[in-house]
Ligand binder design. Structure first.
Ligand code: E4P
Length: 219
C-alpha cells in the first residue's frame, strides 16, 4: 500500500519524507491557500522534496479551462499529477490529458458510479472522499469496498487514492480492502506511529537496563 501525505506544508512533507514512508503528495486549493504562498511555486518546492506523484488541482470549470491549466501545471515538474473534479467537463478533460500523457487524479468522488465513470475515462488516479461520506452519516467503508470490487472485477488501470482520511482506523480499513493508496493528513500519520504500550515498554526496558548496570558496578 502506498502512502501519500495530504498537505501543502513543506515542513510536514520534509519530516515524513525523511522517515522514508511517503510515496507521494496530494494538495487541493484549500490546503494550498493555508500556506499563503504562490501555489505554483509551492508545488514546485514540493516536487523537489518528493520524487513520487504530487497532485495539484485545476480551478477552471470548463473542459477547455481545465485542459489549459493542466498543461501549465504539468510544466512545473515531471511528477505533477492533475486533480480534476468529477464533473462531465472534468471527465472530458481527463480523456484529453491522459491521451497527452499528463496524469490525472479525479477528485471529489463520492459514489461507486462516479468511480466507474472516472475509471472508464482512463484516469490514472481516482480519489473517493471517505471522510466526507462519514461526516454525512454514510458507510464510507462499504463504499470503498465496492469501489475496489469494481476496479478489480474489470482490471481497470486507475489507482484508488483513499482521500479525506479522518483517523488511523480509516487506514487499517483501506489496507484490509486492498486500496492502492491512502493520502493521509500529517496528524493521522503521526498517530499511526504511536501506541501507549510502546512508550511504557520502552521505559521499563530502559529502567531494567539501568538496574543491571548498577548491579554490575557494585560487583
Ligand atoms: C485529497 O486528495 C483531498 O483533497 C483531501 O483528502 C480532502 O480532505 P478533507 O475532506 O479533509 O478536506
Amino acid at each position: 500500500m502506498k502512502f501519500f501525505i495530504d498537505t501543502a506544508n513543506l515542513e510536514q512533507i520534509r519530516e515524513m519524507q525523511e522517515l522514508g514512508i511517503i510515496d507521494g503528495v496530494t494538495t487541493n486549493p484549500t490546503l494550498l491557500s493555508r500556506e499563503g504562498a504562490d501555489p505554483n511555486e509551492q508545488l514546485r518546492k514540493i516536487c523537489e522534496i518528493v520524487d513520487g506523484p504530487v497532485s495539484g488541482e485545476v480551478i477552471g470549470l470548463t473542459t477547455e479551462q481545465m485542459v489549459s491549466e493542466a498543461r501549465e501545471l504539468a510544466k512545473i515538474a515531471s511528477n505533477i499529477v492533475i486533480k480534476i473534479p468529477m464533473t462531465k467537463d472534468g471527465i472530458k478533460a481527463v480523456k484529453i490529458l491522459e491521451s497527452e500523457e499528463i496524469r490525472t487524479n479525479v477528485t471529489l468522488v463520492f459514489s461507486q458510479n462516479q468511480v466507474l465513470i472516472a475509471a472508464k475515462a482512463g484516469a490514472s488516479y481516482i480519489s473517493p472522499f471517505i471522510g466526507r461520506l462519514m461526516d454525512d452519516g454514510q458507510n464510507e467503508i462499504d463504499m470503498l469496498r465496492e469501489t475496489m470490487d469494481i476496479i478489480n472485477a474489470y482490471g481497470f488501470n486507475s489507482e484508488i487514492i483513499v482521500a479525506s482520511v479522518r483517523n488511523s482506523r480509516h487506514i487499517v480499513e483501506a489496507a484490509k480492502i486492498g486500496a492502492h493508496i491512502a493520502t493521509i493528513p500529517f496528524n493521522v500519520l503521526e498517530k499511526m506511529f504511536s501506541h501507549p504500550r510502546t512508550d511504557q515498554g520502552l521505559e521499563s526496558f530502559l529502567k531494567d537496563w539501568e538496574k543491571l548496570q548498577k548491579k554490575l558496578q557494585n560487583k
